[in-house]
Design a protein around this ligand. Structure first.
Ligand SMILES: *[C@@H]1O[C@H](CO)[C@@H](O)[C@H](O)[C@H]1NC(C)=O
Ligand SMILES: *[C@@H]1O[C@H](CO)[C@@H](O)[C@H](O)[C@H]1NC(C)=O
Ligand SMILES: *[C@@H]1O[C@H](CO)[C@@H](O)[C@H](O)[C@H]1NC(C)=O
Ligand SMILES: *[C@@H]1O[C@H](CO)[C@@H](O)[C@H](O)[C@H]1NC(C)=O
Ligand SMILES: *[C@@H]1O[C@H](CO)[C@@H](O)[C@H](O)[C@H]1NC(C)=O
Length: 574
């Protein structure tokens, strides 16, 4: 009996997958697959490796009144370093430093630097995924368990996707588990990160959630009865019809199905309207961080705002009762959240050149051989695109030097307070030198918290990442360097949902930026500024969620947000 079931599941898996490849074709297919990864702009990678903790990264925290006279001097030192990458953009950086030093004595910043240029259009979209029009599902068809893999942000997506699947199948959900990964080395479970009871109560009108499986089901050997469903069994972005056709019968038969992994396993489209809304409701309303995380994140926000007496627009959504009373944040208390996605995994995977010469090439090649052997093979066997080509196509992560140039070009003042999120920057402290020199008020959570404050988080990379998530989301302006990153994506979606058009996000179009940076030798600073500003402004246009894109990243769609204004611009990104 059990064997038959297993056999059925096996056949089903084969059918579903469709892409089980005969071995003689596997090589070609593998190559195509890998090329696809590159073209997907590191989508794959950003799922594997999400933002982690900043380890061992201690930045100098200079006073905002530190001398500017020595600036060009410091830059000259940077460019004299023996590593070739230190000279990348030396000329532009020098100009940026001058511009910043000059601006320090003027109080002018570009008018809309801290604002959304298309504020009115953006403000017409209001959060409304908390509105329900259905009866609670009784969850009678059985129990769904999930053990989500990846970093905290990937897990968040998995949680809300499984909520939708549980409703679709009229199943009861067991509180999600998080898989221990050798990368993140964090044993944190759902209840260590989110308020479990709040989640269960908030979702009550939608689905039934329990803390554990009933006793009689606990004793089942799920593997043996074929109730364990891994990512190999489900295509990426699987449609609801898949779950109805293959998972529902399994659920009805065995009373329990356990999803293991569950990364990106539910399509963005097509999804029934109210199921899509449920997904948004989960992400934007049901997931509240634990008081431990909220309290410390509130401290971070407060310190970034130099003890301002008021809280920002999103503080209450993020840190609950730890937020201060709402009010207008005065100019002097604003801060910029920056997620610099420039860790070695990203850098190596991109196949780009970061100006580090032979030494860098060898280092990245060695890393690839260990962590992305497929990429090495691809490089060996086929002609991969040149680094120049990749760069021109906007497929290379922004380097710290490019990031600092972008911020300076946009007109941020030298004393701007910057919160830096992200894991270990490739090249370490020295690679950040340009950033810390031009913007000395840049800090990380490690700088802002005392050792006793951060101690309870130290062994929990997911909880540390939650601090980054909150502090970036609450920032007055958020700048990302790679839109494929899950952290950046969720942060910007949250700012769209609750921001009312007042929480700007800087999302560089890397292709256009590459075009501008290419002229690093000839371009004048004024022209550089103009072009950077134009490129970034264009990416701030307001548009409804394009079909197939994530509701967590692009919540402007009628399922998640209600458009209060009929005639809205719907400008699609190119
Ligand atoms: C920018 O121009 C300098 C010459 O001034 C050159 O050495 C450097 O490689 C260029 N940087 C990039 C990233 O193209
Ligand atoms: C779930 O329950 C609803 C309402 O009782 C019903 O209309 C729907 O067909 C059920 N779906 C499944 C998959 O059992
Ligand atoms: C904020 O308050 C703390 C404690 O009250 C104090 O130590 C710190 O210096 C203050 N920071 C600023 C920038 O005022
Ligand atoms: C790729 O080629 C290099 C030398 O060119 C070799 O050392 C390496 O083992 C090769 N890797 C693979 C996966 O074929
Ligand atoms: C973190 O875990 C290691 C062992 O895994 C332990 O030795 C260390 O004391 C822990 N640190 C904290 C701050 O809990």
């Amino acid at each position: 009996m059990e064997q038959k079931q297993q056999h059925k599941m096996h056949t089903m898996k084969k059918k579903v997958l469709g892409f089980k490849i005969a071995s003689n074709r596997s090589r070609l297919a593998f190559g195509i697959l890998l090329a696809f990864f590159i073209l997907m702009n590191f989508w794959m990678l950003s799922r594997i490796q999400d933002s982690g903790p900043v380890k061992g990264l201690k930045l100098r925290f200079l006073k905002s009144n530190s001398s500017t006279v020595s600036l060009p001097e410091e830059l000259r030192k940077i460019s004299k370093g023996k590593k070739p990458h230190k000279t990348a953009y030396a000329r532009l950086l020098y100009k940026a430093a001058h511009a910043l030093a000059e601006n320090q004595y003027k109080s002018i910043e570009p008018k809309d630097l801290w604002l959304e240029p298309y504020h009115a259009v953006a403000a017409s979209w209001q959060p409304c995924s908390d509105q329900r029009v259905w009866k609670p599902s009784e969850g009678n068809n059985g129990y769904i368990m999930v053990t989500a893999n990846g970093g905290i942000n990937q897990q968040r997506v998995a949680v809300c996707n499984i909520v939708a699947v549980a409703r679709l199948l009229n199943a009861t959900l067991v509180i999600p588990s998080f898989m221990f990964s050798s990368v993140w080395r964090d044993i944190s479970q759902f209840g260590d990160i989110y308020q479990e009871d709040y989640f269960i109560d908030y979702m009550k009108p939608d689905i039934r959630i329990v803390k554990e499986l009933p006793k009689q089901l606990k004793s089942l050997d799920l593997e043996a009865i074929g109730s364990v469903v891994t990512d190999v069994d489900i295509a990426k972005e699987a449609k609801p019809s898949f779950y109805l056709k293959y998972i529902l019968p399994l659920l009805m038969k065995n009373r329990v199905v356990h999803f293991v992994g569950f990364g990106n396993r539910l399509a963005s489209d097509p999804i029934p309207y109210h199921l899509q809304r449920l997904r948004c409701r989960c992400n934007f309303h049901a997931l509240q961080f634990t008081p431990k995380i909220q309290a410390t994140a509130a401290l971070l926000i407060q310190r970034m705002r130099q003890n301002a007496s008021h809280s920002g627009l999103l503080d209450e959504n993020l840190v609950g009762s730890f937020a201060k009373s709402k009010g207008k944040i005065k100019k002097d208390f604003r801060y910029l959240g920056l997620h610099l996605r420039f860790e070695i995994d990203m850098v190596a995977h991109s196949l780009c050149d970061f100006g580090g010469g032979e030494e860098e090439r060898k280092e990245l090649e060695a890393y690839r051989e260990i962590h992305f052997p497929g990429l090495t093979e691809l490089k060996n066997t086929t002609k991969s695109p040149s680094p120049e080509r990749l760069k021109a196509d906007g497929l290379c992560p922004l380097m710290p030097e490019e990031t600092v140039l972008m911020l300076a070009g946009l007109g941020f003042k030298r004393e701007t307070r910057i919160f830096l999120a992200g894991a270990q920057i490739y090249g370490g402290k020295s690679r950040l030198k340009a950033l810390t020199t031009l913007f000395p008020n840049m800090v990380t959570k490690e700088n802002l918290l005392s050792s006793s404050e951060i101690q309870p988080f130290l062994n929990f990379s997911s909880q540390l990442a939650a601090l980054d998530f909150i502090t970036c989301t609450a920032s007055d302006v958020f700048a990302m360097t790679d839109s494929g990153s899950q952290l950046s994506s969720l942060v910007s979606g949250y700012r769209v949902y609750y921001g009312g058009g007042k929480m700007p996000t800087i999302r560089p179009n890397k292709r256009r930026l590459a075009d501008i940076f290419l002229k690093n030798n000839t371009i004048e600073w004024k022209m550089f500024e103009t072009r950077i500003r134009k490129a970034v402004r264009q990416n701030k246009r307001v548009f409804a969620r394009p079909v197939g894109r994530s509701v967590y990243r692009y919540p402007r769609c009628s399922e998640c947000m209600c458009n209060t204004q009929e005639a809205t611009l719907h400008i699609r990104p190119r």
